[in-house]
Write a protein that binds this ligand. Structure first.
Ligand SMILES: Cc1cc2nc3c(=O)[nH]c(=O)nc-3n(C[C@H](O)[C@H](O)[C@H](O)COP(=O)(O)OP(=O)(O)OC[C@H]3O[C@@H](n4cnc5c(N)ncnc54)[C@H](O)[C@@H]3O)c2cc1C
Length: 402
């Protein structure tokens, strides 16, 4: 049974979130603490307090930590509403990378680990990072991992260099992917937990990037004889790739949800502009060239929402949804980028200025085609699967046979 009805309470919550973002968060989009390296931590904390006051902080917290444990479908509605401003998810503590990290930590931490590394992130005190990508090493292909962890008594000693690590500067909780190389039968890519103030974590610099809505930007980091107790292994030694996939399927979908909100706002602004701006004797919306761009946007936004909701439904059925989330991520990231690009075109010259938030959304959304799997890598995975099990196009929906 396919059912697209959204319960009234969920719609009401989505509307409350959207109004909160409009009334309380959008004014901060011109705050000087929103720097070239993203919102700084002082701004983040101020926003977090606003969400806390409204009872909207960390809506995804699981019952294990006193939350409601919202479903993926519920997330779709709430995160889209939060994404109306790129700062909305920051305020509500459901932005990347923390949201995906909290999901993974919730699944894998022991109670002792959760106390130190997860609880402060859930309540908005700490930020967290996921450190995988390396210059010359792990990237699209994580098996190229270079960072190493060597066993020394009751500890592991980690050495390596990472880049593009979102939020590295000042983060309290670290999830580090490193290759265990010399621990008998226990070896291979492993996730480790570490505290941000450990002197073995050296922030080399924060990179200058075209986006500016990830808190504290993206860092280049060196692990210089970083010593972590063996008790800080997250899950099992050698299982990092499996855990990363566990994190990624939902995490890439929540990116899609938030960016859908941002792209929808761009469309809203472009539509209002097209109704009032005139050229050659009529509002520009009446020129088919402009009207068609806005119509193409409406089609794309609707199709993206359906792709997200379908994948959310698959995840809510308890399935891994790896293939579906790959398809949705590749589709949504490419389509939303085109939507925002067309919005700039509709706006004319002011579209490339900061007179409206569209240019900021455009710069910020570009990275989405790269992180959590670049489009080409998702297509590579999709074609490999099709080569193995055939195309879903050749199946009766619901059947497992080609
Ligand atoms: C804004 C942003 C935030 C990020 N935050 C984090 C973070 O917090 N933590 C972290 O660990 N990483 C982070 N990353 C890094 C991100 O995960 C990587 O950029 C991504 O995995 C791609 O790796 P790469 O940059 O090394 O590109 P490469 O792997 O070098 O890829 C380069 C190009 O080759 C293409 N390519 C690769 N393989 C194939 C293939 N099989 N077929 C066709 N084309 C292929 C890719 O699609 C891409 O176009 C972030 C990146 C960005 C842009």
């Amino acid at each position: 049974m396919i059912d697209f009805s959204i319960p009234q309470e969920l719609t009401a919550l989505g509307e409350r979130v959207r109004q909160f973002v409009i009334d309380e968060i959008i004014p901060y989009e011109r705050d000087p603490r929103l720097t070239q390296h993203g919102p700084n931590d002082e701004l983040r904390q101020e926003l977090v307090e606003l969400a806390r006051k409204q009872g909207l902080l960390t809506p995804q917290a699981s019952p294990r930590f006193g939350g409601k444990g919202i479903s993926h479908i519920e997330q779709s509605v709430i995160y889209e509403a939060a994404g109306w401003s790129t700062l909305g998810p920051v305020a509500m503590n459901c932005a990347a990378p923390d949201e995906g990290n909290m999901f993974l930590l919730d699944k894998l931490t022991t109670d002792e680990q959760a106390e130190v590394f997860l609880k402060p992130v859930l309540d908005g005190r700490f930020r967290s990072v996921f450190a995988m990508t390396e210059p010359g090493g792990a990237g699209s292909d994580p098996s190229q991992l270079l960072t190493e962890a060597r066993r020394d008594g009751d500890s592991y000693v980690i050495n390596g260099r990472k880049w593009l690590i979102t939020g590295a500067n000042g983060a309290g909780t670290w999830i580090i992917m490193a290759n265990v190389v010399d621990d008998g039968n226990r070896s291979g890519p492993t996730l480790f937990l570490a505290k941000g103030d450990d002197p073995g974590i050296v922030i080399e610099r924060v990179m200058n990037s075209m986006d500016r809505n990830y808190v504290e930007g993206h860092g280049v980091v060196v692990f210089d004889d970083l010593r972590v107790p063996a008790a800080n292994v997250l899950g099992e030694v050698g299982e990092a790739m499996r855990y990363a996939q566990m994190r990624l399927a939902p995490a890439r979908l929540t990116h899609a949800m938030r960016w859908l909100g941002a792209a929808s706002r761009a469309q809203h602004i472009a539509l209002e502009h097209a109704k009032t701006r005139t050229a050659f004797g009529s509002p520009i919306i009446d020129h088919q060239g402009v009207g068609f761009m806005l119509a193409d946007n409406e089609i794309a936004l609707t199709q993206c929402r359906l792709a997200i909701w379908y994948t959310a439904w698959v995840l809510d059925q308890g399935q891994k949804g790896r293939h579906e989330s790959s398809i949705s991520k590749a589709f949504v990231s490419e389509e939303l980028f085109k939507v925002v690009d067309r919005c700039i075109q509709v706006m004319g010259g002011i579209g490339v200025t900061d007179e409206t938030p569209i240019e900021m959304i455009f710069r910020d959304i570009r990275g989405f085609r790269l992180y959590d799997g670049p489009t080409e890598v998702h297509k590579y995975a999709i074609i490999r699967r099709m080569n193995h099990v055939g195309s879903t196009a050749a199946r009766v929906p619901g059947s497992d046979t080609v």
